[in-house]
Write a protein that binds this ligand. Structure first.
Ligand SMILES: NC(=O)c1ccc[n+]([C@@H]2O[C@H](COP(=O)([O-])OP(=O)(O)OC[C@H]3O[C@@H](n4cnc5c(N)ncnc54)[C@H](O)[C@@H]3O)[C@@H](O)[C@H]2O)c1
Length: 361
């Protein structure tokens, strides 16, 4: 791979998120060149192709892979497309990024993790929150010696969206919601705290809408890990805020809170905030070009906004390939998030029974 030549990217799926976030993000990065588009819907495909200039178009992903000598692939569609697309790319060893959720079943996630082990893990899953500068910095702080051992982590995902009765073949309000939206907060817990051993989940204020097609409620998960932190994951539909993702991490005399993927507050009863910030932490943590932010009171406000997170994902993708570094979060990493997501669903289906992660991995 020539470092000075832009990477040739093919985008599969030209739907809402791809056309509004991923494709514009790819087109803003000089290291990437969008050379091909693919969608099974020919009208949508042509509309997006004409909007974004001359590219080759395909209605079949395999045909695109076999004809375009791609350096990377964007896969943004229903999870069934993430699975079939990931398999094609893993078998051909073409680096790719899929949207979340990687899969809706544990078997599919396990199969992808095994393929990644066999052929090489050349995939990445776009868990958006992992690319917010506030989260990257909060995680770095939480892992510093000054912070001490992490004892507690709470993550939340609040959205005004309802729980759909069915989506992607899932026929259960709570499970649909966990896999469609809650997975952000689930993955974020792992981003800070690693892999738990046990969860139990309950649902409160569950109310089905009159048409029977949607519902609202609050899902709370208790998380326990062995020798590591415990905490909670809270996912709420019908919330006062939309897409509000938060993390609260406590150490020894210390606490870091990340609000709405944007604002970071760090408290340390022994002091040291400014010193830490003066360190190389910002430089180590953030991708080049990310907004460094500004102190507001005791907090750090990052002036990034939602579309930037997708740009940061693609910058991380481009730079990892150019530097020969592994992509992250990888398919094997996303498999572990799927295990946690499945354990939570199993507990919900069992009326709040505790579920060991070893039972679902
Ligand atoms: N990270 C985030 O914050 C975030 C936000 C919204 C959506 N998403 C995820 O993005 C994904 C896409 O969501 P969306 O709202 O854009 O969906 P969408 O339905 O608007 O778009 C999906 C597109 O995929 C195409 N497609 C389906 N099967 C295909 C195949 N086999 N080959 C080629 N194209 C195929 C469809 O024709 C459609 O154009 C979902 O998995 C969703 O979970 C993530």
């Amino acid at each position: 791979m020539n470092k000075n030549t832009p990477l040739r990217i093919g985008a599969v799926g030209c739907g809402m998120l791809s056309s509004s976030m991923h494709i514009p993000a790819i087109m803003r990065i000089p290291e990437l060149d969008l050379v091909a588009l693919c969608d099974i819907n020919p009208e949508r495909l042509q509309a997006i192709a004409s909007k974004h200039g001359a590219t080759r178009t395909f209605t079949d992903m395999e045909e695109m892979l076999d004809n375009c000598e791609l350096d990377g692939v964007s896969i943004v569609g229903p999870p069934s497309l993430h699975v079939s697309g990931a398999k094609l790319c893993l078998q051909r060893q073409i680096p790719f990024m899929t949207e979340k959720p990687l899969t809706t079943t544990l078997d599919e996630a396990r199969e992808l993790a095994e393929l990644a082990k066999k052929y090489g893990d050349c995939g990445m899953v776009g868990f958006t929150s992992r690319f917010s500068p506030a989260n990257r910095l909060a995680r770095q702080i939480s892992r510093s010696p000054e912070f001490g051992q992490i004892s507690y982590i709470a993550t939340t995902h609040l959205t005004q969206c309802s729980m759909p009765k069915s989506i992607w073949g899932i026929e259960d309000f709570a499970e649909s919601f966990v896999k469609l939206h809650g997975v952000h907060a689930i993955d974020l817990w792992r981003f800070y705290g690693g892999d738990p051993v046990e969860v139990s989940a309950s649902i409160a204020a569950f109310k089905v809408a009159e048409d029977g097609q949607s519902a609202n409620g609050s899902i709370l998960v208790h998380v326990r890990s062995e020798g590591g932190p415990h905490g909670t994951i809270h996912m709420k539909s019908g919330a006062s805020h939309n897409g509000d993702i938060n993390a609260d991490v406590m150490g020894e005399w210390s606490r870091v809170r990340m609000e709405n993927d944007q604002t970071l507050n760090y408290e340390n009863a022994r002091g040291g905030l400014r010193q830490m910030m003066a360190d190389d932490i910002l430089a180590d943590t953030l991708l080049p070009d990310t907004p460094v932010g500004q102190f507001v009171g005791t907090g750090l406000q990052h002036f990034s906004y939602y579309p930037d997170f997708f740009r940061f994902e693609w910058m991380a993708f481009a730079r990892s390939l150019q530097r020969g570094l592994p992509l992250s979060p990888s398919i094997q990493d996303a498999y572990k998030t799927t295990c946690l997501m499945e354990a939570i669903c199993e507990s919900l289906h069992g009326g709040g029974v505790s579920c060991q992660l070893s039972a679902v991995s």
